[in-house]
Ligand binder design. Structure first.
Ligand code: HEC
Length: 149
């Protein structure tokens, strides 16, 4: 192989993951399996959740006397197929049930990251945004896509 061809080949290979990523973000096909929050964000969300949500939804998100669980089958069947933005808006506008609007957008994004991590979705390298229009590009999906390790 001629040297310049080889260099071309290496460049193409090196760019492939980047190109795939751009493509996935560009047309809105990201899902919760793509590592859409960071571990640090989820752990900030853990504290915010303890302060604002745990009293009703339980420390393990399993629900309380009147509040529904935020993990498991019932929760999944309510939300899978929708987007992270739908869930974010639901939390932002109606929760905490005793005082909606008390929690800031940033904290709600952190709490959403915590809820996703507790539902066994993987962490990644960028944080969940706190804007609904960006969160609407992230699908809540039950099945891990086949091409993901
Ligand atoms: C005072 C008790 C209380 C607090 C505090 C509270 N919730 Fe709720 N939550 C409820 C109740 C009751 C419902 C079900 C009735 C309703 O939708 O209003 C609910 C419903 C929900 C739902 C919808 C669940 C589903 O399967 O559709 C989500 C998501 C949720 N809460 C998230 C949160 C988050 C996140 C926080 C903290 C920022 C929080 N809640 C704080 C009582 C509470």
């Amino acid at each position: 192989m001629k040297p310049h061809r080889m260099i071309f080949g290496i460049v193409v290979l090196a760019c492939a993951p980047w190109a795939r990523n751009m493509w996935a973000q560009g047309d809105g096909t990201r899902s919760v399996w793509d590592g859409v929050f960071t571990k640090e964000q989820a752990s900030r969300g853990d504290s915010a959740y303890s302060q604002n949500c745990a009293s009703c939804h339980g420390t393990a998100l399993t629900g309380g006397e009147s509040a529904p669980p935020l993990t498991g089958g019932e929760f999944s069947s309510n939300w899978l197929g929708l987007t992270a933005g739908d869930l974010f808006d639901r939390i932002r506008t109606t929760m905490p049930a005793d005082r909606p609007g008390r929690v800031s957008r940033e904290q709600n994004a952190d709490i959403l990251a915590f809820i996703l991590s507790m539902n066994q979705f993987p962490a990644g390298t960028s944080e969940l945004p706190s804007r609904s229009e960006f969160l609407k590009l992230i699908r809540l999906e039950a099945e891990k896509p086949k091409d993901k390790k």
